[in-house]
Design a binder for this molecule. Structure first.
Ligand SMILES: [Zn+2]
Length: 253
């Protein structure tokens, strides 16, 4: 009868385990290093102060309807831009749009169409609309889309205008049309977002539909559309403000 040799068995099996542990420790260490060394934008550092006392920031709050210089798009909602285009909220993340914070309560601060176009709200969209602009003012011959989201309460009560019920398709909306109100909807009532509007400028797929706006490569840098420094790569810390003539203040809150 052969004696069982547990030592041999262990020796055979230990190496893959050791390799796995080493890889695991290295991976955890790598991500911990990334988070610890993650550059926080100076903008975010004042976020709580802004929520408690928006008046302190009145010089950098952009009003709805502002058109900066000869920019084609007007500003969609009153607030402060904490999240710029191509800003990174965590390692590996690239923000595809702008996050504009009103520092009010959900359902109060209006959101408007930035440019003439045709509005669609998919049947399952609670807080979101998208507008097709047949003539992209900056890319002649192409069409472009603007995407607006978080316009619902954290529990999923929609703040979108009643004129645009779920399933709305290709309804003409002039620039300045009321779309809804800023909300904090994330899809998870336990973890709502901070109250804000996320807006992005989305590329067309070439076949008359829009691309997935979560991919930054499917979106445009909004800076030239709004005439503001909205690219985080070139404006990592400051709040964007209009440094030329403001040509239009059309809309009221
Ligand atoms: Zn966003």
């Amino acid at each position: 009868m052969t004696r069982f040799k547990p030592i041999d068995l262990h020796k055979k099996n230990r190496l893959p385990l050791v390799i796995l542990v080493v890889i695991g420790v290295a991976a955890v260490g790598y991500y911990a290093f990334q988070y610890l060394n993650y550059p926080a934008s100076n903008r975010w550092q004042s976020y709580q102060r802004y929520q408690k006392n928006p008046e302190e920031f009145s010089a950098v709050i952009i009003p709805a309807g502002q058109r900066c210089g000869d920019a084609p798009f007007a500003w969609p909602t009153t607030g402060l831009v904490f999240g710029l285009w191509d800003q990174s909220y965590r390692p590996g993340h690239r923000h595809s749009g702008l996050d504009i914070f009103a520092a009010t309560e959900p359902g109060i601060t209006p959101v408007y169409a930035v440019y003439d176009g045709y509005l669609t709200r998919q049947p399952d969209w609670t807080s979101t609309v998208i507008i097709r602009h047949p003539q992209d003012p900056l890319h002649p011959g192409k069409q472009v889309w603007t995407y607006y989201t978080h316009m619902a309460s954290k529990e999923g009560e929609s703040f979108l205008s009643e004129e645009f019920p779920p399933g709305t398709k290709e309804v003409f909306v002039p620039a300045g049309t009321l779309l809804g109100y800023q909300g904090n909807y994330s899809g998870d009532p336990v973890n709502p977002t901070g109250l804000h509007l996320h807006i992005s400028i989305v590329k067309d797929d070439g076949n008359g539909s829009y691309l997935n706006e979560l991919e930054i490569g499917n979106t445009y840098d909004p800076s030239p559309y709004f005439g503001l420094p909205l690219d985080h790569n070139t404006n990592p810390d400051d709040f964007p403000i209009c440094d030329t003539e403001i040509s239009n203040l059309a809309w009221e809150d």
